[in-house]
Design a protein. Structure first.
Lengths: 410, 369
């Protein structure tokens, strides 16, 4: 048992370190997590510049075929890259969806000519992609898509609304799943496309979140035209294509949301609890231990996943617990950190709130991490069904045509 | 990255799983539960014959020299199977204490007999309620004679010798080796929540002892850290077994016209047990690594492994009964055997609030360094 890289992995790690040292700024201690920032025009330009350099160094699409600019490396190389990148202040989240989900879906279903047109610019960060799945009427129920696609010869006309689309405002292309036939049961009437996000009839509006920030958009489609040549997969087979996209979700490795236990320790060292140093309080110590054990348990679960990848095996089901544990832990630590400040815990003024109001900001943002990318409840279903082998939910919508399903008022 | 057991260690696990599935049956565990015998002597002898007792003992003392990782593999299987033998007392406590603090002569005399299963050893730190604390040690060694009362002592009624935490004439905490056959030793088996693992009250009146060299309190802390990791593997094995049992029952049992495992109330409960068990497993792996590769990280790794595994085993054992419903609360179902053992394992080296404090103390000293 050890944490050592193989010779090949070590050589790659050195290559990554050298590239990052020359092309990126190390993260400052106490800096907010890069993911929580809004991406403005400056940030986008910086992200594109960095992506071009990264592609030039051969560090994008590590597992892809060499023909498409990849390296045909095992998945552990992607993990090593992500680990090293953690230490740098790199604008994240602009290309992850495109390269992690959209382009792999294109690779499975698009024509060679389409791939020649699109893979290179995506890889080099010249074009950004977004993913249009969620809709107001279907959150966890991803297949409950209502956005209509109607065919007339070689052209499809799209009407409807997508929601929670990250990066739609600066995306050049998107992939989307639509309802082409509402008269058959839910999963059977879907068709999948890629489209130009600058097409006439697309309107993008930012969503103001409960935290006050805006990381996502609503996207409205009014008579948007898509040529049939941009259909991915057969008509009515859109669900199968969607599963390809969802299976390509980036390996959930490396991201620990903040504040984590180290931040809680930092806070506790700075403050008194009614005259007693917080670190001497029994309740505080017990909470720190609980958080440490969860955080460390996840860290070593990641190492177990990496071990499987390093040995050329498929990671075991243990890799599925990360998001569920991290999201609850984040909300818990944020709330507890504020409790330690007494009534001053409510203050978000960065001149007064300890650690630049890290705990207060995290508290307001935390509900999102328990919902986005699979709610706590869906993740527990997935663990119960796919890991433990328990029966699936009883589905009342399986045999019924989609347009005859009951709908609620919300 | 190589953070998993090796091929040989996986083979050892398979061998252990086969043996214990065949031998550590409900029927044999219940012989001990019902008080027919204080432990399963036949199983003990076979375990000794397979060399498990000396897995982590160097070959010069008769051991197999497999290292502590091999012992972790065995511990997980022993926990999973509820094996009713004094393995943890004799191996994690007595053998480890001798390896850490014994004189050369003591090691040469006792370790080969412990490895062979001819002697059972244990360690006595507690004197009634409370967690390990040097202030609470009242037992005294004076002129080579020990007097005092220790309880609960795991396997105190079946052990051949016991390493007793006591104070010497200059008030230092020492480890004193007492033979159970000596005049003045009075063992009394205690009624406990888990009769499949014996616990005793030992009274010593002027019993001749050998004092181990060095600081007894420091030695105890090292023993507790190693025992915490090994016990964590037992707890992980137990938690996994409870989860497997609950899942199997939830698939079979029908209510309201469907398997109860199709209800989200059950699915989500069992998913939570899975998450707790995997976190505990990963923390235990970290403990195993620290125990063999990096002693400096052992205090943090051991305390984390302990806290995580105690939480997981308790959650898994209680929710296993809950998943079973009424039948799970009957004597003839084995659910209560796991429930009893889970609580025992969570207390026997000191309870979780105390180990949580050790997690934070280790973080503080790491940050100070």
């Amino acid at each position: 048992m050890d944490f050592e890289d193989t010779a090949e992995e070590a050589a790659f790690r050195t290559e990554v370190k050298t590239f990052l040292a020359a092309n990126a700024e190390p993260k400052k201690r106490g800096a907010p997590p890069s993911r929580s920032r809004n991406v403005g025009p400056e940030e986008l330009a910086r992200a594109k510049k960095f992506q071009a350099a990264k592609a030039g160094a051969g560090l994008v699409g590590l597992t892809w075929l060499k023909a498409w600019g990849g390296r045909e490396a095992p998945p552990i190389f992607q993990v090593i890259y992500n680990q090293e990148e953690e230490a740098y202040a790199i604008p994240r989240g602009v290309f992850e969806i495109g390269l992690g989900m959209c382009i792999p879906t294109m690779m499975a279903y698009a024509t060679q000519d389409q791939l020649k047109r699109h893979v290179g610019p995506a890889l080099r960060g010249e074009e950004v992609w977004c993913q249009l799945f969620s809709e107001p009427s279907g959150g966890s129920d991803v297949a409950a898509v209502r956005t209509r696609a109607e065919r007339d010869g070689d052209t499809w006309t799209i009407n409807g609304q997508k929601i929670w689309t990250s990066g739609a405002q600066f995306s050049d292309f998107g992939i989307m799943v639509t309802r082409s036939d509402p008269t058959v049961p839910k999963h059977m009437g879907l068709t999948f496309f890629f489209l130009d996000m600058k097409s006439p009839g697309i309107e993008i509006r930012p969503i103001k979140q409960a935290s006050g920030a805006s990381h996502f958009n609503e996207v409205f489609f009014t008579d948007v035209k898509i040529p049939d040549s941009q259909r991915l997969g057969a008509v009515g087979q859109g669900w199968r294509v969607s599963l390809t996209t969802l299976m390509n979700e980036r390996l959930a490795i490396g991201d620990t949301p903040r504040p984590d236990v180290e931040d809680l320790l930092d806070l506790c060292r700075q403050i008194d609890l009614d005259g007693e140093p917080a670190m001497q309080n029994v309740a505080v110590r017990e909470k720190i231990a609980d958080m440490q054990v969860r955080s460390q348990g996840l860290k070593y679960t990641r190492f177990r996943t990496m071990t499987a990848l390093s040995r050329g095996q498929t990671p075991g089901p243990e890799s599925s617990i990360g998001k569920l544990v991290n999201a609850a832990k984040l909300q818990d630590i944020a709330s507890f950190g504020m409790d330690l400040l007494g009534s001053a815990g409510v203050v978000m003024d960065k001149k007064l709130a300890p650690m630049n109001a890290l705990f207060q900001e995290a508290l307001l943002g935390a509900p999102a991490s328990r919902i986005a990318g699979g709610t706590d409840e869906i993740l527990r279903n997935i663990i119960a069904e796919r890991v433990l082998g328990l029966p699936g939910d009883i589905r009342v919508d399986k045999e019924i045509p989609f347009n005859r399903l009951p709908t609620g008022k919300r | 990255m190589n953070f998993d057991f090796s091929e040989e260690q996986h083979q050892l696990r398979d061998q252990a799983r086969r043996f214990l599935t065949e031998h550590s049956t409900s029927k044999r565990i219940r012989q001990v539960l019902d008080g027919v015998a204080p432990y399963d002597r036949a199983m003990w002898q076979e375990i000794a014959a397979m060399g498990w007792l000396g897995a982590a003992v160097p070959e010069e003392y008769g051991g197999a020299g497999l290292g502590h990782i091999g012992l972790c593999v065995l511990a997980e299987e022993l926990g999973r199977s509820l094996a009713p033998v004094p393995f943890s007392s004799s191996v994690y406590l007595a053998t480890e204490a001798l390896l850490i603090a014994g004189s050369e002569a003591q090691k040469e005399e006792l370790l080969p007999q412990l490895v062979a299963g001819d002697l059972i050893g244990t360690l006595a730190w507690a004197e009634g309620n409370g967690n390990p604390n040097p202030q609470r040690i009242k037992a005294r060694v004076s002129g080579g004679r020990l007097s005092g009362v220790k309880w609960p002592v795991p396997d105190g009624g079946v052990a051949d010798f016991v390493l007793v935490l006591a104070r010497d004439d200059s008030d230092r905490v020492v480890l004193a080796l007492a033979r159970m056959g000596a005049a003045g030793v009075h063992p009394e088996t205690l009624e406990t929540v888990d009769p499949t693992r014996e616990q005793a009250k030992l009274s010593f009146e002027n019993v001749p002892v050998e004092v181990l060299p060095g600081d007894g309190w420091a030695a105890l802390n090292q023993v507790l850290d190693r025992a915490a990791v090994l016990t964590a593997f037992e707890q992980v094995g137990l938690a996994q077994m409870c989860l497997d049992t609950a899942v199997a029952f939830a698939m079979e049992r029908h209510a309201f016209g469907r398997p109860i495992g199709s209800f989200q109330a059950i699915k989500h409960k069992l998913a939570d047990v899975y998450v707790a068990t995997e976190l505990a497993r990963s923390n235990a792996y970290y403990g195993a690594w620290a125990m063999t590769a990096n002693g400096g990280e052992l205090p943090l790794a051991a305390a984390s492994a302990r806290v995580s595994a105690t939480d997981a085993a308790w959650l898994a054992a209680k929710e296993n009964i809950q998943t079973h419903g009424g039948i799970g609360f009957t004597w003839e179902m084995d659910c209560h055997l796991y429930y009893r053992r889970a609580k025992l394992l969570g207390l026997t080296l000191g309870s979780n609030p105390w180990w949580k404090d050790r997690v934070v103390a280790a973080l503080e000293s790491r940050n100070a360094a």
